[in-house]
Design a binder for this molecule. Sequence first.
Ligand code: AMP
Length: 481
Amino acid sequence: MTANTDAAPSTFPASFADLGLLPELLRAISEQGYTEPTPIQRQAIPPVLSGRDIMGSAQTGTGKTASFALPILQRLAPGASASPSPARHPVRALVLTPTRELAVQVEASFQAYGRHVPLRTTVVYGGVDMDPQIKALHAGVEIVVATPGRLLDHVRNKTVNLGRVEVLVLDEADRMLDMGFLPDIKRILAQIPKQRQNLLFSATFSDDIRGLADELLNRPVLIAVAPRNTAAETVTHQAYLMSGEDKRRALAHLVQTRDLRQVLVFTRTRLGANRLARALERDGIDATAIHSNRTQAEREKALADFKSGSVRVLVATDVASRGIDIEELPIVVNYELPHSPEDYVHRIGRTGRAGSSGEAISLVEPDEHKLLADIERLLKRSIPRETLALAESRERREGTRREGARRPETNRISEPRRAERGASTPRAPKPSVIAADGFDFTKPYEPASAGTSSEQSSKQPPHRTRGTPQTAVLLGGHGTK
Ligand code: AMP
C-alpha cells in the first residue's frame, strides 16, 4: 500500500474560508462556534473536496467528523433536490461506524453542518424498532450513517438501495474490525458501486486495517494527526497505585470528597461496569452504567441522565464510550486501565475538549503497572504516580486493638475481599458516610506506613515522590495543576 499512497501537502489552509467551503457550510460552521479548522480538517478537507480517497489516522476528539462531513456535504450539494419525490433523494453517501452512539453523533454532525443545504440525512442502528428507519429510508435520504449489522438487515429487507452511493466512509475502522464487522462490511461493499470515493479513518493501523485499505482505497492521501490529548497539554494525568480491593472505596471517596458532579469512569468489562455502578449506588452516589449489553433505550437514558446531572457517575466500557460526546467533561477516571494503550487516549479524549482543562485519573493495581508503562510509551510522557493506601476501617482497627494482635504490615494496604466477608455484613443505610464495608468517608485517606510504601514502591517503576500528604493528592492538591 505504501507504494500506492500520497502524502498530504506540507502546508495547509489556515481558515475555513481558505478551504473553499460553500457559504452555506461556512454559516453552519460559524453557528457551531468553530473559529478555525482543526489540523485534521485542514489536511483532509481539500483532498476530499477534490474527490480523493483518504486514509486517515485520527481519533475521536480531533474534529475528524467535520473533516469528512463538510466536504461530503459540499460534494453532494450540487445534486440536492427540493423535490419531495423519494426517487430524487437516493443514498449518495454512506458512513459506517462501529457503535450506535457514534452513529448518532456522526449523523447529528451532518445535520448540524448541513442545516443550510437541502440534503437529507438519517441514522440506522440495531436494538431499536426498524419501522421509523424504514420510513425515513423510504422517504428518500442522501446521507445514511449506519452500524453494519442493521444496515444489512435493511438491505435484506430491500428497505434501502445502495446502488447509487458515491462516497463511502469507514469511521473507526479498527474498532469495526475488532468487533468482528469485517464480513458485514464486505457484504455491504458488494452492494455499492465500484466507482466511488472511499474515506477510511482508523486510530491504529494493524495488518488487518492495511489489508482492508489495500482492497478499498485507490491511491489514498495519507493523513495523520497526533491524538488530540497527546498534543494538547490541557489534560492532567495522574495515576494512583493501590490494591485492587481498595479501588471502589477510593473512587467513592474521590467523588464525595471532591464533590464531583460529572465523572466518566471506565471499566474493562460490562459486568465490571454494572457491578461498580451498583456499588456506588450503595455508597449513596448516583451512578449508572453504559455498555453494549444494555438496550438502546437504556443507553440513551443513561447518557441523558448523566448529561442532565441527575447521575453523577457514568461507568462505561471502551466500546460503549466511543460515541459519548459531552462538552467539557472535567474528569475521567480509569478504574481499570485498558489493555490497549490507544483506548486510554480514546478514554481521555472525553475530557479537556475545546481547550478546557481536564483531568485523567487512573486507579492502578500492581497487575496493571505494565499497562501503565505501555500508555506512557504511546503518550511519550510519564504519568505521575502516587501510592495510596486506605486507612483501616474503624471497626477493624478497634477489633484489632481489642484482640491485642498486630496485623501484618502488608494487610495495612488491603482489606479482605468483600466476598470473603460473607453476605451477612450489615449494609449501612443511605446516605450514611459509613459504607457497607465500614469505611468512613468522613475520614481522609491515611498514607501507608513507611515500611509498606517502600515495600510496594520497590516493585514499581520509579516515580515522582512528593512531600505533600497523599490525602491532599486525592482531594485535588496535585491532581489539578
Ligand atoms: P470529533 O473528533 O469529530 O468527535 O469532534 C470532537 C469535538 O470537537 C466535537 O465536539 C466537535 O463539535 C468539536 N469540533 C470539531 N471541529 C471543531 C473546530 N474546528 N473548532 C472547535 N471545535 C470543533
